[in-house]
Ligand binder design. Structure first.
Ligand code: ATP
Length: 214
């Protein structure tokens, strides 16, 4: 039985923050492959581009880096996407240990996720550092964290689920929101030649399909 590392997200668009942070966390855990899993319909986010575009951009990221692979299971499940339901469906298909990656910003909002206290029944949660983190999660999350925080990464080999691993990944200060905002205001080429916010093939795709234009 293997260990499967998954980064779920809206990926609107996928960016170097997603990729670099996830690969850095995977390196710490000695995991080679990272699966990028787009959600179907995020319960608390309005998505401005189609599912097909988000998937196409993820596939381009995966073509540029052979450690990355698409995981499209969530798109075949009923909307809206809820991580706990997706993990449950994955557990029915495979006995692999799942390491589910989230940014620290997601950890601080975790108590707003559907059935969040059941997440660890199906996976280990791997938390990557995120710019702007305050390290003041709500009390419920703080208490839960104290109970489940792993002190050693070896837990992912010892158990199939139940631990939260806080990984000291480098900070990548970029978000999809910033990219979308910047792209509506200026030309896509200007933005990314200077900042490397998205892989080159994703930038070309965005330009070709005129995504994020107001
Ligand atoms: P948006 O700005 O639209 O809210 P986002 O940039 O946060 O999007 P998502 O696709 O919503 O991207 O993120 C998926 C997961 O990746 C989340 O758990 C998020 O915390 C994490 N993540 C996104 N960007 C980074 C980053 N720069 N560093 C670390 N983790 C990140």
């Amino acid at each position: 039985m293997g260990i499967k590392a998954i980064l779920g997200g809206t990926f609107n668009p996928p960016h170097t923050g997603h990729i670099n942070a996830a690969l850095a966390a995977a390196d710490v855990l000695n995991i080679h492959r990272v699966y990028l899993m787009p959600c179907k319909l995020p319960p608390h986010k309005a998505v401005s581009v189609s599912e097909a575009h988000r998937v196409a951009m993820i596939e381009l990221c995966c073509q540029e880096n052979n450690r990355l692979h698409p995981e499209l299971i969530e798109l075949s499940l009923p909307a809206p996407s809820y991580t706990v339901k997706t993990l449950r469906a994955m557990r029915q298909q495979s006995q692999d240990t799942i390491c589910f990656f989230i940014g620290a910003d997601s950890l601080y909002n975790l108590d707003k996720w559907y059935e969040w206290e059941q997440l660890l029944d199906y996976c280990h949660l791997v938390v990557m550092r995120r710019d702007g983190e305050t390290f003041s999660p709500p009390n419920a999350v703080k208490l839960w964290l104290e109970k489940h925080k792993a002190h050693d990464i070896s837990v992912i080999n010892a158990r199939k689920n139940g631990a939260v691993l806080l990984i000291d990944t480098p900070l990548y200060s970029i978000s999809s929101t910033e990219i979308r905002n910047a792209m509506t205001q200026t030309s896509a080429t200007d933005i990314t030649t200077s900042s490397d916010w998205v892989p080159g093939s994703v930038l070309n795709y965005i330009k070709e399909h005129q995504l994020y234009k107001s």
